[in-house]
Design a protein around this ligand. Sequence first.
Ligand SMILES: [Zn+2]
Length: 130
Amino acid sequence: MNQAQCDNCKTEYECDSEAPSGLQLRCPSCSSTSKTFSQNIGGEISFLSMLGFKGRHTDKSIPFIWGKVGADLFRKIHKVVHLERTFDKDNDQYKEEIIDKSTGEVLHRCDEPLSKHQGHGSAKNLNKIT
Ligand SMILES: [Zn+2]
């Protein structure tokens, strides 16, 4: 169980963020789903979080930079890894780094021109990770 505080009315309530419905739980006093979790139990927090991002120039609708950063499950080795992947169109750069979180070992690193990466053989394999 985690303690959650409602972002709206600041009521504190218990909320299990690891349960599938945990993030949808509503505040008991105002029914807002917006809340901040505070972890008050020891131990490792092991839930996966992945953040995707996109950047657009104001005059264009097509993103010039996009990517992902966060924890991911590397199915090939059944391990949680740290993944960073950036597609940077403006600088013609593709970067990817996969690190084993338990050992800090770099499992995969890629830094190459984005134009060369497109349709690349390894691109297909890497898609399986996501
Ligand atoms: Zn509330």
